[in-house]
Design a protein. Structure first.
Length: 149
């Protein structure tokens, strides 16, 4: 049985990644992938830096975790991500057969649940872990962007 405190602990690690994205003027989304209580991948959005619309935190984390494990399937892993995955990321997570997804803030416009994107049938998804902290960072980022323009 997974300890809910572990979810909070690892979401705080994902938030650290989101803060790193914020500092780089990227949309502040962070992710970590955990297996057997150990972080094997850390990532954050890099779409601006890499000039790549696919460089979302989840995509970066999937690649790093697959490289670490030496295989493409992440069925024993948990992804912690500060924002609900989008349709693109959910598709990649489907193909990775990730065991579990834990996200912070809901993305009411582009989130995979809103878009009706299917996950792998064995993937468990839990939302709302540290939702206020995760959502607050994103809101602050966009408020600052609007005030600069």
């Amino acid at each position: 049985m997974l300890d809910p405190l572990d979810d909070v602990h690892f979401m705080k690690k994902a938030l650290q990644e989101a803060e790193a994205a914020y500092e780089k003027n990227e949309v502040p989304v962070g992710a970590v992938i955990v297996v057997a209580g150990r972080i094997i991948a850390r990532a954050h959005n890099l779409t601006e830096l890499l000039n790549d619309v696919t460089a979302h935190a989840e995509m970066q984390a999937i690649t790093a975790a697959s490289n670490f494990l030496g295989g493409k399937y992440l069925n024993e892993c948990t992804l912690y991500v500060t924002l609900e995955p989008c349709q693109m990321c959910a598709g990649a997570l489907y193909w990775s057969q990730i065991g579990r997804i834990v996200y912070g803030a809901v993305d009411e416009q582009r989130g995979c649940t809103t878009m009706g994107t299917k996950l792998h049938p064995k993937t468990e998804m839990i939302g709302g872990v540290l939702e206020e902290e995760c959502g607050g960072l994103i809101k602050r980022f966009f408020i600052e962007k609007r005030n600069l323009n």
